[in-house]
Design a protein around this ligand. Structure first.
Ligand SMILES: [Zn+2]
Length: 311
């Protein structure tokens, strides 16, 4: 590959084919699903083994990101995913990790989604946020200023009070789904990144910071603890809407692909039962009953049903 300019440091060099969301996340999804393939939320008709990659970074910047990823994976992601009552003390690497994710997802949105519906105010704030995140990552400024990062750990919800209908895949969405978005809201706009049980918000605008207490990622150190967060009520509705979007895309999966998934799961039944994916499914089943299986209707219409006794 010819030499190009690194998106982060502007140095000329051979660019690395690096992940937008980190590689460990997709490894975890494969290993904890009881199967070998992934169907990512937004492209359910494709079986893949990895997440999106782009030629954006030079070797040095790739190394900078991967050190923070390793810290996050080993000190936060895996301990919390296996035991959500863990109390985790973090260091300076956490803010670097969160900023690097928000910066990458923002690059993706600017390049490939180019949201045209955003207001002029948000568009200019995006330019400022991008510059602040970049300067922070390159150690040219001390902290990202008003473009704060929040980290929210989720788990199975058990019960929830909400004025609206909950999406029947909500536990699976909160516990396992990978997702990215650029959200413009009434009182806040942010880059949204979902990594298994964790949500990272990179704020572009945050009019009422007191509606988001306990989840801000501090510069030097802090503590991640479950169940001590104040989040904006509108944000719960947003999460539910994202879960519903994923459910709708999955219910539109072709009968052939649905059959493939079903066969793979049955062939691997001893790996699937007891996997994290199975646990997330059980939580939805307990909370929503048969609704959690909406996809089965499609199987009946479009593909021959197999005997349930195969194992
Ligand atoms: Zn670079």
């Amino acid at each position: 590959m010819s030499e190009s300019l690194c998106r982060l440091c502007n140095a000329k060099g051979t660019l690395q084919h690096s992940h937008i969301l980190p590689a460990f996340l997709f490894r975890w999804m494969r290993e904890s699903s009881g199967g070998g393939y992934l169907r990512l939320g937004m492209t359910p008709n494709r079986r893949v083994q990895d997440g999106l990659k782009r030629y954006w970074l030079c070797v040095d910047c790739e190394g900078l990101f991967s050190r923070a990823e390793t810290d996050f994976a080993n000190k936060v992601f895996y301990p919390y995913t296996s035991d959500s009552s863990s109390r985790i003390i973090y260091g300076e690497w956490l803010l670097r990790f969160c900023v690097s994710i928000s910066w990458r997802v923002l690059q993706f949105y600017k390049d490939e989604i180019s949201p045209t519906s955003l207001g002029a105010d948000v568009t200019s704030r995006i330019t400022e946020a991008e510059a602040a995140w970049k300067a922070f990552l390159l150690a040219q400024r001390q902290h990202p200023g008003p473009f704060r990062q929040h980290l929210l750990p989720f788990d199975a919800i058990g019960s929830i009070t909400s004025s609206q209908d909950l999406s029947p895949n909500l536990n699976r969405y909160l516990m396992r789904t990978t997702d990215m978005d650029l959200c413009e809201g009434e009182t806040a706009s942010f880059v949204y990144s979902k990594l298994g049980r964790f949500v990272i918000l990179g704020f572009i605008r945050q009019d009422r910071p007191n509606q988001w207490q306990g989840s801000k990622v501090h510069l030097r150190t802090g503590q991640i603890e479950p169940r001590k967060y104040t989040i904006n009520g509108g944000f719960l509705d947003y999460l539910n809407a994202r879960a519903r979007l994923v459910a709708e895309l999955q219910s539109g999966i072709s009968p052939r692909q649905a059959q493939k998934s079903d066969e793979a799961r049955r062939a691997n039944v001893e790996n699937y039962v007891g996997s994290d994916e199975f646990l997330a499914m059980l939580n939805d089943l307990t909370m929503f009953g048969e609704e959690a299986f909406a996809r089965d209707d499609l199987l009946e219409e479009g593909a021959p049903k197999e005997s349930k006794t195969s194992s």
